[in-house]
Design a protein around this ligand. Sequence first.
Ligand code: AMP
Length: 223
Amino acid sequence: MLLGPPGSGKGTLAELLEERLAIAHVSTGELFRREVERGTGLGRRVSRYVLEGQLVPDDVVVAVMTRELQRRSLTRGVVLDGFPRTVGQAQGLDRLLMRRKQPLDGALYLTCRPSVLVARLSGRRVCSRCGANYHVQTMPSTRQGFCDRCGGRLVIRKDDRVATIKQRLVIDRAKARPLVAYYRRKGLLHRLDGNGSIDKVFQQALRLFGRQGWLEDDRVKNS
Ligand code: AMP
């Protein structure tokens, strides 16, 4: 599970872990944005929160993630990006994992300076088709304005406007502290320095995965 403020690199790290180590990831933000775009019942229910950078209520998030994780086999593991965001959601996840007898390996907490977060979020572009993340300066696509992976058009997320960014960071700060304490108490918290390049963050994650024995050795060596 990846914890950390918006812009700390959770989404990009989750994509790399999937690409290089074949560990699937589920991003609640991506999931909600897709539902909003499609105009589904769930999308209509959550759109106000998502567009304004507010947190979707815990009961909705836990119900959606329970359904999402129930339809997946978790034997190869899964990276959770952006869930849980509150202690209530963490407790909901605990109940679900207990029922499935699949304990959580760890919570990776990406720490990052506020100035870095704002710079990353304000330059972020996402693929409107597959959700892949880019940055105009640090991680541009090869063909400007289009996704390298699927050719979809790159857009600015509505909640990446400066005023909304600031609000999201304030909300996150309030919710993150108890959540981090929750996983520290359980002995599951691992801090990663999220200030550097994504490659540096990925290498830190890889070393942690190796130390914790979360991967077969060949996957770590080959990445
Ligand atoms: P993200 O892509 O993770 O930055 O999430 C985008 C938006 O989706 C957030 O600002 C929230 O409105 C909503 N969201 C995503 N994950 C959660 C969550 N675990 N709990 C509540 N709201 C969430």
